[in-house]
Design a protein around this ligand. Structure first.
Ligand code: F0G
Length: 421
């Protein structure tokens, strides 16, 4: 088998074309694996380096049989912004922001959905579903629309940002609000997709989604001219993304495309931080948080499904994890917008807030080359941005009124006798 699915715990293998979400022997998560020798040979002949930066630049690294079925909205190829002014503020020399809000539906989820929904077409699926704190539902709804699939999304009622809700609705998904939190909604869709096999589950337990998201790691290396940064700082919720990015880096490393690996650094909101707690306490298991709370609703998750993969990524890479309060998140969001012109949603700003804390505590060195991933666009959650910003000032439509607000004095016009007038 050149490509197959493998259990992260017991190593059981499954065919690449089998729909299976968890290992049938031990119940753990699956991961896509490649025969590296064969893939390395295939890559040598591939033209991937001559194609533009995007998820599908890496099509030869993806578990897709039929490229004619690709469902794409032009995902990936997001900016890696050198942030010198922010770096100075935080006390670090080389800071980059990988801004995933530049994806088609405004978050990194599009990287996973383009691959996951393409796979759904290969499987002959007609219906897709997910649970979501907002971005996954927005992304799945868009890709399902493009592919002509039926889509249902389960969201926690009253707790998702308005921009994301509007996306899922306008793309035509059946939007179901559940009385409960994300963890409960995910539990329901998992049971549902086991019971109704024709409905394909596209949460990050789906290993094909992770394959798409690993392109984030590949892209960072390519944007840094075939070098990995010293550290990558990632907001963590359900923990699929940090695992996916790590997979991307390790694969590039195994293929000899980069020499080093970055320290994976996960940031969680203080009110929902089971992974950061486990890392800090040196534990091998997480203790789920029953009532997760944070203003960063995207990462308001108490029982992250991919916790095992995330702990492994953080520990194997000699990284770390940190938690940040809501006010630290909001301060970081504002700072990033006002110092670098990058408007990201609160969950995304947690990577900046976390880095600030790690530098202050001496856990990150000023000489490190650091990439902070900002996962979603600021317009996803306009309410929070408006609430914490200075209110607009209303004036009459008169020159003097605007001058007064701007603190401008009317210039004194000098007239020279006999001059030009
Ligand atoms: N940042 C944003 C903006 C997110 O939407 C999410 C997850 C994360 C970070 C965390 O990523 O779960 O892979 O660790 N949002 C999911 C959703 C849960 O439903 O949109 P993760």
């Amino acid at each position: 088998m050149m490509v197959y699915q493998e259990c992260i715990n017991c190593g059981s293998r499954y065919e690449i074309n089998e729909i299976v979400y968890f290992c049938k022997k031990c119940g753990d998560q699956l991961e896509i694996k490649y025969d590296h020798g064969k893939l390395a040979r295939a890559l040598k002949e591939s033209e991937w380096r001559n194609t533009p930066l995007s998820v599908w630049r890496y099509r030869d690294f993806m578990p897709i049989n039929d490229f004619s079925k690709i469902v794409s909205l032009n995902e990936g190829g997001t900016g890696l912004h050198l942030c010198q002014r922010l770096g100075k503020h935080l006390g670090i020399r080389q800071l980059y922001v990988k801004n995933e809000g530049e994806n088609p539906t405004g978050s990194f989820k599009d990287r996973g959905m383009t691959v996951g929904v393409t796979k759904a077409l290969e499987f002959g699926i007609e219906s897709v579903i997910c649970a979501s704190t907002g971005n996954t539902s927005a992304s799945l709804a868009a890709y399902a629309a493009k592919a002509g699939l039926q889509c249902a999304v389960l969201i926690p009622s009253g707790k998702i940002a308005y921009g994301k809700l509007s996306q899922a609705m306008i793309y035509g998904a059946k939007v179901i609000q559940v009385r409960g939190n994300f963890d409960q909604a995910l539990d329901v869709v998992q049971k549902l997709s086991e019971k109704h096999r024709a409905i394909y589950l596209l949460n990050s337990i789906n290993p094909f989604r992770i394959e798409g998201q690993k392109s984030l790691g590949y892209e960072i290396c390519d944007q840094l001219n075939q070098e990995a940064p010293d550290r990558v700082v990632v907001p963590v919720g359900n923990a699929g993304n940090i695992s996916a990015i790590w997979k991307g880096f390790t694969e590039f490393h195994e293929f000899g495309l980069v020499e080093t690996l970055p320290k994976m650094t996960g940031i969680q909101a203080a009110g929902s931080a089971p992974i950061a707690q486990a890392i800090k306490k040196g534990k091998d298991e997480i203790v789920p948080v029953a009532q997760p709370e944070t203003i960063a609703t995207a990462i308001r998750i108490g029982a992250p499904v991919s916790w095992k993969k995330a702990l492994k990524a953080i520990r194997k890479s000699h990284g770390t994890a940190e938690m940040v309060t809501d006010s630290e998140i909001l301060d970081a969001q504002k700072m990033l917008a006002q110092v670098e012109g990058l408007f990201v949603e609160p969950a995304s700003a947690s990577s900046i807030a976390g880095l600030k804390k790690l530098i202050e505590n001496g856990d990150v060195n000023e000489d490190e080359r650091v990439v902070c991933v900002t996962t979603g666009h600021g317009l996803k959650d306009p309410d929070v941005a408006v609430k914490m910003s200075e209110k607009p000032i209303e004036v009459d439509a008169e020159l003097e009124a605007v001058e007064r607000v701007l603190g401008l004095k009317t210039p004194i016009v000098m007239t020279v006798s006999g001059g030009l007038s």
